[in-house]
Design a protein around this ligand. Sequence first.
Ligand SMILES: [Zn+2]
Length: 250
Amino acid sequence: MAAKKQGRGKPKRKPAGSTGKGRPGKIAGEETSEKGGSKKGGGKGDSPPRGSAGDDEHRKRRRIIQEQIDRGLDEAALSDLTRNAYGRAMGVVLARLTPTALSRVFRAVKEYRFYRSFGAMTEAIRRKYPAIKIKPGHVVKGFLDRDGTMHLDGGGVLFGRPARQEEFFAHEMAHALDRPDYEISGTDEWYDAWNDEINATDYLSGEAKRSPQEGFAEFGAMLLGSGVSAKQVKQLLPKCVKVWEQRGIL
Ligand SMILES: [Zn+2]
């Protein structure tokens, strides 16, 4: 997507149209697409509390999500090796979701689809949304579409450096946490945290500076998809961590 990098002074509070489905300038959802920049990783969510009243509900949602993921993996044209690697990476990300985070994913994502390559995923998305604008030579690396299907493929180079599979998956999961309508990344609290700690620094990728929404997803990629602990992330980005904690998603 062709959003301009916003300046450090006074970027807009929200991109135009951010209350509708999908993103401005893009018709169908939230993607991870190849662009320049670099990215640092790190982060680990807390495990769900044990013995709380919502435990049963949490377990039930977790089981249903796992079944949705397993179905997606079964139906995908993947080698066993790749299928296992994807399944393991999804497991890592899922394990880092708090009960609140998991319930948001449960609500937002109806289906998971996996692809063996960026090209295969991009083709599938073009088939589903013929009007979508993907620049020639521009490959989509992860995509949560407006109908609640999460499209995922392998790791590889993300924003100019090799990235773990979990980070790709976690980026899209973070977009799911933010539904509907950028419910968290569209708040003033997140805007301020993003502007101070992401937009004005180089801790995260250039992609993360594109908008509070992409910053939210990149922050999620770090927290949920890389090996750095939440405690370490908190030292670097305390305001961002606070927003996630207040929302119960960390
Ligand atoms: Zn994104």
